[in-house]
Design a protein. Structure first.
Length: 278
């Protein structure tokens, strides 16, 4: 199915955070190919410039804003930059985020702070400043989350907690903005392919490169982007990727103790993944 059949975004202005590579880049590309004007955001200017040039080559109108939007002032600057340049904001795709590896007893406190700063404040801040403009256009916000936000996983405590916090934020925001015509959606992403040189935070706070994942067992970036656009088209609240993800969500609501039992039975797998850097 072509993206054009899913959601017509022609003429819309879309901010995609965390779009210098990976899922964010693919969402920006998919939206742009259907006629949206794209504002890219990330902290690495060289990567942002490369993606911007890629979009330019395809005839996609775009601009990029380099900045750490977990910082209040930089988040505000991103929104003002977009509105000043293009005169409107129709879509905000909150995709910024970082993960970590390590058991709680081994984690340096700064790791927890960094994960929450990026994953929670890095989405709350731009959302806050974008809302007045999104109300004007009856726009949409999609939060890119994870299956890790359904139940806590060993070795991923800060990441899981940040995604659970994000879910609560989305639930509240959705109700608050209903009367203002702003649609709020949540995409719980399953395990995806690893972008080359993608990093996570190790227990001591250092950067650790993720090992490649076997193809066929993970989703592609294109599949994630397509599901994001499905949410936009249908003004749908929540989508959980893969049958296993939906089963996990259902079991967690019915019998969280069963999920805990399964995790305990397979704890050795998490230990192996932690050692391999998955």
């Amino acid at each position: 199915m072509k993206i054009a059949e899913l959601f017509n975004v022609s003429g819309k202005v879309a901010i995609v955070t965390g779009s210098s590579r990976g899922i964010g880049r693919e969402i920006a590309l998919s939206l742009g190919l259907e006629g949206a004007t794209i504002v890219l955001n990330g902290r690495d200017e060289a990567r942002l410039k490369a993606v911007s040039q890629e979009l330019n080559a395809l005839g996609i109108v775009n601009a990029y804003f380099t900045g750490d939007i977990s910082n209040l002032e930089e988040a505000k600057a991103l929104i003002l930059f977009t509105h000043d340049k293009f005169g409107q904001i129709d879509l905000l795709i909150n995709n910024v985020g970082i993960s970590s590896r390590g058991y709680i007893a081994d984690l340096h406190p700064s790791v927890i702070e960094q994960v929450f700063k990026s994953n929670v404040f890095g989405t709350m801040h731009p959302t806050h400043f974008a809302l007045p403009y999104l109300r004007q256009t009856k726009g949409q916000i999609v939060f890119i989350s994870s299956l890790a936000g359904i139940h806590g996983l060993p070795g991923l405590a800060p990441y899981c907690a940040s995604k659970m916090a994000l879910t609560a934020f989305v639930e509240a925001l959705r109700i608050e903005e209903k009367a203002n015509g702003v649609h709020v959606g949540l995409l719980q992403v399953a395990m995806t392919e690893i972008v080359h040189n993608k990093e996570v935070l190790a227990a001591d706070g250092s950067k650790q490169q993720l090992a490649a994942r076997k193809k066929g067992k993970v989703l592609s970036m294109e599949e994630v982007a397509a599901d994001c656009l499905l949410l936009l088209r249908n003004r749908r609240y929540k989508k959980t990727q893969t049958m296993m993800g939906m089963l996990n969500r259902m079991l967690n609501s019915i019998s969280p103790r069963l999920i805990e039992w399964i995790l305990l039975k397979n704890l050795h797998q998490f230990e192996e993944q932690k050692q391999r850097g998955h």
